[in-house]
Design a protein around this ligand. Structure first.
Ligand code: PLP
Length: 431
């Protein structure tokens, strides 16, 4: 157990709150949900992060998913240094964009054409506009507890920070836009069929996290995802897999590779930039060519396809292979089984999920299949264990509505240490 020093983080947080709402640039970072002071980070290397007070943690947040090679991977850093020396942005095409587009197509073949953007939010927002423009329809279907970034149409019944802070539809989203966003419980196949029976010819597209990660890891069932494919095809709507999180995470080939279901459009983010700000949306050539300058559905971006960001993605994806995913999945399986074993030992009701390199420990007997199930988890116990885990050198997401990850750098020894830390945290929390 380390003595958790927070003096410097507390001072940094106080200073930050004077100039930034809540002291942060993205809400869940503020630790509001678990109380106390967020840790301000000094640096990271491989599977570790070190805060400004000098505490070291095994990191399972990994910048909320992007860092599949861990922090400051030697090769990625070397490639970025070289790229920076050649200039950080040109606002003109470079071969790097085509190289990343080719790499993505090789790994996720349904992405015949792609458009790069700078965040996951931009990717889903642009995919929604494309679906609406292409089908000449307005309504969008999304699932309760899925999060697709913070564009207006998608901030309805969303997961992640919205769920953490108990907000259903954000003030500032016009009623007219919320009206065109139809929401359905996740994994509810009957509700999807009913919705299409009533509104089928008004629906432009269905956007879904095929493996949900913004209410913790909740896998979409095969039947549910197949129903989405069948209903959208039958009614002329587009199926959009939001793989901003699950892409290169649920499997090297995304959730679509794992499930063998091909969407019309896919949105990507996180790993595709290797820790730099990148998002992308892509899919069938015929649909993608409806975008400007080939078609007339507008999309643009000053920093889209930025050479540094493309280099981060290329350097990361080139280092990965199917074998890495087999190795990471094996470690995640051992980790989640170990956590469950410790929970049973200490009489803590717990359900653990993992898909590929994504994992969650829910403080609930389960089963966990949708947002309502996650809401029923024991928040108080989660909070207690969260701080105990930090004191034992383990940094996990500070909310039940978020996913944890591993990287290629996490070792068997890290997994053992983490299981021990969970055991100690459970013992302290139930004392
Ligand atoms: N879609 C999903 C599935 C996400 O998990 C996220 C972010 O966590 C987004 C979209 C938004 O991405 P960004 O935070 O890069 O805007």
């Amino acid at each position: 157990m380390q003595q958790l020093h927070t003096k410097k983080s507390a001072a940094a947080f106080e200073a930050a709150q004077k100039r930034m709402p809540g002291g942060v640039n993205s809400p869940v970072r503020a630790f509001k949900n678990v109380g106390g002071t967020p840790l301000f980070i000094d640096h990271g290397k491989n599977q570790h992060i070190i805060d400004i007070d000098g505490n070291t943690f095994i990191d399972y947040v990994l910048s909320w998913g992007p860092l599949i090679l861990g922090h400051a991977d030697d090769q990625v850093v070397a490639d970025l240094k070289k790229a920076a020396e050649r200039g950080t942005s040109y606002g003109a095409p470079t071969p790097l964009e085509t190289e990343l587009a080719e790499l993505v197509h090789q790994i996720i073949p349904s992405i015949e054409m792609i458009r790069m953007v700078s965040s996951g939010t931009e990717a889903t927002m642009s995919a929604i506009r494309l679906a609406r423009g292409y089908t000449h329809r307005d309504k969008i279907v999304k699932f309760i507890g899925n999060y697709h970034g913070h564009s207006d149409s998608l901030l309805v019944d969303a997961g992640s920070g919205m769920a953490t802070f108990g907000i259903t539809t954000s003030p500032g989203v016009p009623d007219a836009l919320a009206y065109d966003t139809l929401t359905v419980p996740y994994n509810d196949t009957a509700a999807v069929k009913e919705l299409f029976a009533h509104h089928g010819d008004e629906i432009a597209g269905v956007i879904v996290e095929p493996v949900a990660g913004n209410m913790g890891v909740v896998p979409g069932t095969q039947t549910f995802l197949q129903t989405l494919r069948d209903e959208t095809t039958a009614h002329g709507a587009l199926l959009i897999f939001d793989e901003v999180m699950s892409g290169f995470r649920a499997d090297f080939h995304g959730a679509q590779g794992l499930r063998g279901i091909t969407p019309d459009l896919t949105t990507l983010g996180k790993v595709i930039g290797g820790g730099l700000p990148v998002g992308a949306f892509g899919g069938k050539r015929e649909i993608m060519e409806a975008i400007t300058p080939v078609g007339n559905i507008y999309h643009a971006g000053t920093l889209s396809g930025n050479p540094l960001a493309m280099t981060g993605g290329i350097s990361t994806l080139k280092q990965l292979s199917d074998a890495d995913y087999v190795a990471m999945e094996k470690r995640v399986a051992a980790l989640t089984a170990g956590i469950k074993h410790q929970a049973d030992k200490h009489g803590i009701p717990m359900t653990v999920h993992h898909v590929g390199t994504m994992w969650s420990a829910f403080y609930s007997e389960g089963p966990i299949n949708n947002f309502a199930d996650v809401q029923a988890c024991d928040q108080e116990l989660f909070e207690k264990c969260f701080w105990q885990l930090l004191a034992h050198g383990v940094y996990v997401a500070p909310s039940q509505f978020e996913t944890c990850f591993i990287s290629t750098k996490h070792t068997d020894e890290d997994i053992e240490k983490t299981i021990e830390a969970y055991g100690a945290a459970f013992a302290a929390a139930t004392r």
